[in-house]
Ligand binder design. Structure first.
Ligand SMILES: Cc1cc2nc3c(=O)[nH]c(=O)nc-3n(C[C@H](O)[C@H](O)[C@H](O)COP(=O)(O)OP(=O)(O)OC[C@H]3O[C@@H](n4cnc5c(N)ncnc54)[C@H](O)[C@@H]3O)c2cc1C
Length: 434
């Protein structure tokens, strides 16, 4: 029977970061069910290409985590200015749409600008209000035109959930809200491309985003791959690990999806199970393509139009040429579903048609390699049920002195740096006896 002070479920960035903070200070075990570390930040090699689980770009905001990440990459990193675009009404314009209407037809531009100014005049402020639903929030903040031509169709495709029930606590960092002068300049002048959380990003020069978790993993003596935690008894501090048996622990850090933790917890009360059963998420299918050289320098594009089955498509070799053999480009194309399976053959045909229609490739024959990746739990849905369920689940976990962290452990819309921060913070709390 194995004993450890701290059992960490999951070797994604959150779990690995917790391990880094405990290394040499406290006995710990990271149980990762896959045969590689990194979770969603892993990179898969196929046919000379390196493919991520869609674009995984580093948005660095906090000094401690920035230093940890850049030090781990040891110079294998570039700082890159975003070149993101939107394809709508048969043409490209820069991202964000709301501040770059210059590329749109005159009628669309006029509708968007006048709608924005009307909304601004009525509300006088574009402040975020987390309690509102998305349909009302976007019309209040951006007006009818921008909502109709981008915000509503794009977010419907991404979330795969009724936008009249989607709440807006997630919007503040992810949806840039321009000032009226930015909207007008973006429509009739030069455009405003530096808005938003990802205007500048970091990415490894070589090896894909997987270079980061691999660098963390090399420093961890307590990481065990191929170990799946099947059940947990928080009261008695015992976990059952598939093909391995019981592991006794004093403290638990979970990074697997919150509903999975509740489902595998033998001592979760009925009230907590009911709360977890109300949590919702979408799934994302990523088609990675290896194609003979793409002609555009763009990093990625957003597709609000119904004629495109995907919501976003990117060209990873435009931020890291080493991801493909010389003269080739690596694409990633993301399609969201609310549940159920995508018919991959017809989805791939639709994607290739879409990439040709918008000019990202000239011919479907350019695609010489492909790899589908499924992200079963991709974006957690923000709704009233989530707001009610989380306090119940977390007060039960707090009473058991257990942590549930990371994008899915804490059940939120966050990015890699935040998972790293939460891993360090949970481990720090344990070291301080909290
Ligand atoms: C489509 C998409 C695009 C994204 N793009 C970006 C981006 O550009 N920039 C950015 O910063 N972030 C991005 N993210 C978010 C980023 O992927 C996450 O924030 C981060 O990787 C989450 O790390 P984590 O450790 O919290 O979770 P995960 O990466 O999900 O790691 C959890 C780990 O737990 C393991 N596990 C689960 N259950 C068990 C079990 N029972 N036993 C053992 N192991 C288990 C899993 O195998 C996994 O390895 C994106 C996410 C998606 C879905």
């Amino acid at each position: 029977m194995l004993k450890t002070d701290v059992l960490i479920i999951g070797g994604g960035l959150a779990g690995l970061s917790a391990g880094l903070a405990l290394e040499g200070k406290r006995d710990y075990l990271i149980a990762e069910r896959e045969n590689r570390p990194g979770g969603l930040a892993a990179t898969i090699k196929k046919g000379g290409y390196h493919f991520d689980y869609s674009g995984h770009l580093l948005h660095l905001r906090w000094p401690e985590t920035t230093k940890l990440i850049l030090d781990a990459l040891k110079g294998n990193v570039r700082r890159i200015k975003r070149d993101a675009r939107v394809y709508a009404h048969g043409r490209w314009t820069q991202y964000p749409f709301q501040a770059n209407l210059v590329g749109m037809p005159d009628k669309v531009k006029a509708e968007c600008v006048s709608g924005f100014l009307k909304a601004w005049r009525l509300e006088g402020t574009a402040a975020e209000n987390g309690g509102e639903v998305f349909t009302r929030w976007t019309r209040r903040v951006f007006g009818d035109g921008i909502s109709r031509h981008f915000m509503l169709p794009y977010n419907a495709k991404l979330w795969q959930y009724p936008l009249s029930r989607l709440t807006t606590e997630w919007c503040a960092p992810f949806v840039p809200v321009p000032k009226p002068e930015d909207v007008i300049a973006g429509a009739y002048g030069t455009g405003q491309t530096a808005l938003g959380y990802n205007a500048v990003f970091h990415y490894p020069r070589e090896g894909g985003i997987g270079a980061l978790p691999n660098a963390f993993a090399r420093r961890l003596r307590g990481l065990r791959l191929g170990l799946e935690v099947e059940s947990v008894d928080l009261g008695n501090g015992v976990a059952m690990v598939r093909h391995f048996g019981p592991v006794h622990f004093k403290r638990l850090i979970n990074t697997s999806p919150l509903p999975s933790l509740v489902a595998m917890s033998e001592d979760a009360p009925a009230e907590v199970r009911r709360a977890a059963a109300r949590l919702r998420h979408n799934s994302v299918y990523v088609l990675n393509l290896g194609v003979s050289r793409a002609a555009t320098p763009m990093h990625w594009g957003y597709f609000p139009g119904k004629e495109f089955p995907f919501y976003r498509a990117g060209i990873a070799t435009n931020f890291s040429p080493a991801l493909a053999p010389r003269g080739r480009s690596a694409f990633y194309i993301e399609t969201a579903v609310s549940g159920g399976a995508l018919d991959l053959a017809s989805a791939q045909a639709g994607i290739l048609r879409g990439l040709t229609a918008c000019g990202l490739i000239r011919s479907v024959r350019q695609a010489e390699e492909s790899l589908w990746m499924k992200i079963p739990c991709a974006y957690v849905v923000y709704n009233r049920e989530r707001a009610e369920a989380l306090p119940r689940i977390f007060s039960w976990l707090k009473a058991r002195k257990a942590f549930s962290i990371g994008r899915y452990g804490s059940w939120k819309y966050s990015f890699m740096e935040e998972s790293v921060k939460e891993g360090l913070s949970a481990a720090g709390d344990i070291l301080r006896g909290r």
